[in-house]
Design a protein around this ligand. Sequence first.
Ligand code: DSN
Length: 449
Amino acid sequence: MKDVVFDLIESEKTRQKEGLELIPSENYVSSNVLKAMGSILTNKYSEGYPSFEGINEWDEAKIAEKVLPNYRYYGGQKNVDRIERLAIDRACRLFHADHANVQPHSGAQANTAVYFAWCEPGDTILGMSLPAGGHLTHGAPVTLSAHVYNFVGYGVNSDGDIDYDDLEEKALKEDPKIILVGYSAFMKVPDFKRVSEIRDKAAKKFGHEILLMADMAHVAGLIAGGVHPNPLDFGFDVMTTTTHKTLRGPRGGLIMSKGKVASPLKKPVHTLENIPILIDRAVFPGTQGGPLEHIIAAKAVAFGEALQPSFKDYAKQIVKNAKVLAEELQALGFVLQGGGTENHLVLVDCVSSFGFDGKVYEKALDKAGLTLNANALATDKGGAFIPSGVRLGTPAITTRGFKEPEMVKLAGWMKQVADICKNGGSDEELAKIREEVEELALKFPVPGI
Ligand code: DSN
């Protein structure tokens, strides 16, 4: 008997093919990534870790043929160990890290593990506040992170950039154990060097080590592709990310670190140098059980793809497309937070642009086959329920092969939808735009479908 779930998957395939995906945190994976995710590796338990011997050798053939010693709690690990080692080594190569933990099930799990590795309950963590563009797990009151740790938020200035003076003042006042840079709705390139200098100053003042952490979930693919600076090159100790956004891998998390790599079996001294082992112990057994080896295999495949020269072209095109889209929208009268973009993401201030909120615009765009999400702005009084803006980005459409001319078309449709909303237009008018969107979308296939 055919399960109705498969009918729904077919229907979702059609939605993905016929519409345009503009949510800046979404992407389309390759058929090889899909193949690894759907493999029999899901049958295997493998709590623990493969050996870290020979790390940084980057000798894939050797890893593939050698049976490695391991730190696992179940037998039958010979293939899983080699796959996980490949994922670790490729992640280290991509991001200039000394060590990588590829087991976090998500970005939220990755962040939780880092906090748990370095902090005691009640310790202070300095992070960008949610309304300013930070992530839920950076201390939003409804999350576990805020329940366990004392999060202090810094904000953005009127240009939409990090308010570095605010960050410095709080770092020197609040005695943080972690300083965290990362965001979900931010269109500037952070000054990692400046934050690193602030950390050093605060560490000197308070007389203890402070962990410098970057949550680069949104821009990891841009870093891998060489079009965004890498925090690990600027004195950061740890970088977390999801693997499914610009990085174009399976849905999951990843933690990269600088420091000494050693056996996770023995509890190390609590120093920054030992952060790789502290993190491994915090992921398993600290906060997770069995790793998802089918997802880890898909991560390895995606990292392999990101190491290819073509990925650099992809990353470059994401940013080029976002810049053209931002310019076109501005030329059509859209007000953008930050006055444009330096990465993959654009934040439209709908209230200032058209006088209606982001939810109204999101719903109308959806009817026209354009998917994005309503988003609060830094200055928003309405919060997450009546957001003034919408957030959109170019990673997914760039994967489909969209270039500058398609950005011009897209901006035009967005303007038409805004005008229809403003003039109280009908669903029929939106459906007409949808037909045009569909016609263009079908000319650019979605990988794996
Ligand atoms: N939910 C993600 C985003 O859309 O930005 C953040 O984890």
